[in-house]
Structure formats: structure tokens, C-alpha cells
Design a protein around this ligand. Sequence first.
Ligand SMILES: O=C(O)C[C@H]1C=CC(=O)O1
Length: 96
Amino acid sequence: MLFHVKMTVNLPLDMDPANAAQLKADEKALAQRLQREGAWRHLWRIAGHYANYSVFDLPSVEALHDTLMQLPLFPYMDIEIDGLCRHPSSIHSDDR
Ligand SMILES: O=C(O)C[C@H]1C=CC(=O)O1
């Protein structure tokens, strides 16, 4: 199943910079592992915002929920999710 996910990060302004840097490094490591595994298909910065548009490929809504909850920055994110399905006018036969 494909999911379009918008993540907006809101780190507290008074967060210890070393703590913030560690969270971002841990987040990057997990994000890159999930991309290599094929679960995190797309990761795009939204220009001008500390936010991203992502596409996840996971077997269920529960798997998406569990994956998002593992993200180190999850406690500081606002997350919006839309489920995706094939558009009848799409010229692509697979889900890419
Ligand atoms: O920077 C972000 O958009 C938040 C998050 C998503 C991947 C990552 O490395 O950090």
C-alpha cells in the first residue's frame, strides 16, 4: 500500500542543540535505512519549511503507524496522511 505523508517538524526553540543534533542524526540514519529497504519510497523537502512530503510503501495502515512512531523526531512532528491508489488515467501499470 502506498501512503502520501506530510511531516512537519516543530522542535522546541529551547531544546538543547546537542539533543536536537542527535535526534536529527538518528532520524537520518533510520530514514536512510527505510529508503534502502524500499519502505520509504520518496522523501522531498518542502521548500522553505522544516517539513517533507514522503511516499511510504508498507503492507498496512498499522505498519505505517508503527513505522512513523519509531521515528526519533515523531514526538515533534505534525503528520498528515493520505492513502494512494492507482488513478484510472495513469499510464503506469505498476505502482511507481
Ligand atoms: O527533515 C525532515 O523532514 C524530518 C525527517 C524526515 C527524514 C529525516 O531525516 O528527517
